[in-house]
Ligand binder design. Sequence first.
Ligand SMILES: [Zn+2]
Length: 68
Amino acid sequence: MAIDPICGIDVDEKTADFQTRLEHETFYFCSKACQERFEIKEGLRREDKKWWQRLLKEPKGGGPPKCH
Ligand SMILES: [Zn+2]
């Protein structure tokens, strides 16, 4: 079992609908509300962008994305 880092209850990681992966760890949540609160707290989520959009490298100057 994993522990929801926001409210502290046990979450079964096999059936958890709400999970967020940080660099080396995956966190599981009992609800969308807990997940969102966690992601905002960790700086993964903003109102205008999804957390995963922030992880994508955005090209500067509007050019196409470069892959190394
Ligand atoms: Zn929770």
